[in-house]
Design a protein around this ligand. Structure first.
Ligand code: SDX
Length: 430
């Protein structure tokens, strides 16, 4: 493969270095483009632009491949646990027994949050969307644990590692408390006898009047769902965490920005939108063809939520695993959810329709996940919070890689298209 790409501008030819990743992805390195040519590139939505090299996650949109640190997502979803995958993403390798024991117990000891944080919940309206609450509370961690705003993951290893473990430990507590507050229920404090997932489910669903019993099928299903959401290379919210983190704010603040970005209906917010869309179709007599037609109609702003993806132009491998888990979990729990039937009919109708086939629009990770969350008893407005809990280790790993490499502050260029050279005119003369 040629080491250079040639670019001819205004009669002059330039050579730009070409690089290839370990999975064969190729890029033209334009780091020196403006110095050499005076030109910049323009790429709205960064559809063709790589923001960084990264050794964390690889995905191939054409082949529907997703690997975390080289391990296929299918294997990790089947054989690993969410906390083990979090360790893999953040530290680069699967832990041995001692490493995992230390990691898990260090996190267990940090699941409590400062009681003054608990008071913050009282300031939110009862119908506050939990994603807004979570973004605010993640940011609050930066002021409750102030001593480390620009700590460096190598030079200040212990400080940053404590931040990492505090975030992994406290986010499930903050999320469960957001739910309990929205229900007007007393919160549950974490219990260290439980595993990471069991603790979250206990804090979410235990009520004082009854003893709480863990349901293994629910624990396993949630563990698998969080694994499937753990990282996804340079998606919108991860790019947000990297960009905000590049100004050397604390990891807590960068994650708070990531939560806000994930909330968007085009991104993580889609899982809530999917269920609301399926409910709308069910209430409208289950006429999926009508909604497929609406999704195709350029004059109708209706979109098939949970369909399409910037990178996957084939089936999202996570959607395949979740769809299979859907049948399995619902039958194990003895739940029949008419939404699943509608979702399958909608998928079938869309995948045989030229509009979707031509645009390579397939179900993405959000299309079926909400159906499992419902079966687990998780309310719709908490679905994107579940996505955030799953994506947290990915955000942490990506922020850590960006800071370890001392990458520069992110500051894109632009092409100005506004007014030129206007002289100020006093107001009375306008
Ligand atoms: C996530 O990036 C990641 O990795 C994200 C994620 C992760 O793990 O972090 O995978 C998680 O965010 C998954 C995506 C969840 N969002 C949705 O399900 C919302 C519905 N999907 C779309 O809004 C859309 O598909 C996006 C936002 C996901 C991708 O948008 P793109 O890449 O900018 O593509 P586009 O909007 O330019 O669409 C291309 C064409 C357009 O039609 P034409 O202009 O060519 O005629 O496809 C059409 C779009 O109108 N289209 C859809 C559609 N998605 C795209 N038409 C109907 N229904 C849809 N869902």
């Amino acid at each position: 493969m040629s080491q250079f790409a040639e670019l001819t501008l205004e009669g002059k030819t330039y050579q730009l270095p070409v690089l290839e990743g370990t999975e064969g992805e190729k890029a033209i390195d334009i780091n020196k483009l403006r110095d050499l040519t005076g030109y910049i590139t323009l790429d709205s939505g960064y559809k063709n632009t790589g923001a960084t090299k990264s050794a964390i996650t690889f995905l191939d949109g054409e082949l529907g491949i997703l690997h975390y640190r080289g391990y296929p997502i299918e294997e990790l979803a089947e054989k690993s646990t969410f906390l083990e995958v979090a360790y893999l993403l953040i530290y680069g390798d699967l832990p041995n027994k001692e490493e995992f024991f230390d990691f898990e117990n260090n996190i267990k000891r940090r699941t409590m949050v400062n009681e003054d944080i608990h008071k913050i919940y009282d300031g939110f309206p009862v119908n506050a969307h939990p994603m807004g609450v979570m973004s605010a509370l993640a940011s609050a961690l930066a002021v409750f644990y102030p001593g480390s705003i620009s700590a460096h993951p190598k030079k200040d290893y212990d400080v940053v590692d404590l931040q990492i473990k505090r975030l992994l430990a406290k986010m499930p507590t903050l999320a469960a408390w957001a739910y309990k507050n929205s229900q007007g229920h007393p919160v549950n404090y974490p219990k260290n006898k439980y595993s990471y997932i069991e603790n979250f489910l206990y804090m979410m669903f235990a009520v004082p009047a009854e003893d709480y019993e863990q349901v293994p099928e629910v624990v396993d299903a949630l563990d698998k769902l969080l694994i499937l959401h753990a990282d996804h290379e340079q998606n919108c919210s991860t790019s947000t965490v990297r960009l905000v983190g590049s100004s050397h704010v604390s990891l807590y603040s960068a994650v708070s920005a990531g939560i806000s970005s994930l909330w968007g209906p085009l991104h993580g917010g889609a899982n809530q939108e999917v269920i609301e869309m399926l409910e709308r179709i069910k209430d409208d007599g289950g006429n999926v063809d009508k909604y497929v037609a609406k999704a195709k109609d350029k004059n109708d702003d209706f979109r098939l939520m949970g369909f399409g993806h910037r990178v996957y132009k084939n089936f999202d491998p996570r959607a395949k695993i979740i769809k299979k888990a859907c049948d399995n979990v619902l039958s194990k729990l003895g739940v029949h959810d008419p939404m699943l039937d509608i979702a399958k009919k909608l998928e079938e109708a869309a995948l045989t329709d030229d509009y979707f086939v031509e645009r390579k629009l397939y179900p993405n990770v959000d299309f079926y996940s909400g159906i499992i969350y419902r079966a687990l008893g998780i309310p719709t407005n908490m679905f994107t919070v579940m996505f955030a809990l799953g994506r947290l280790p990915g955000w942490i790993a990506q922020w850590k890689e960006m800071r370890e490499e001392d990458q520069p502050i992110g500051r894109p260029r632009q092409i100005y298209t506004g007014a030129v050279n206007r002289a100020y005119v006093p107001m009375e003369q306008r």
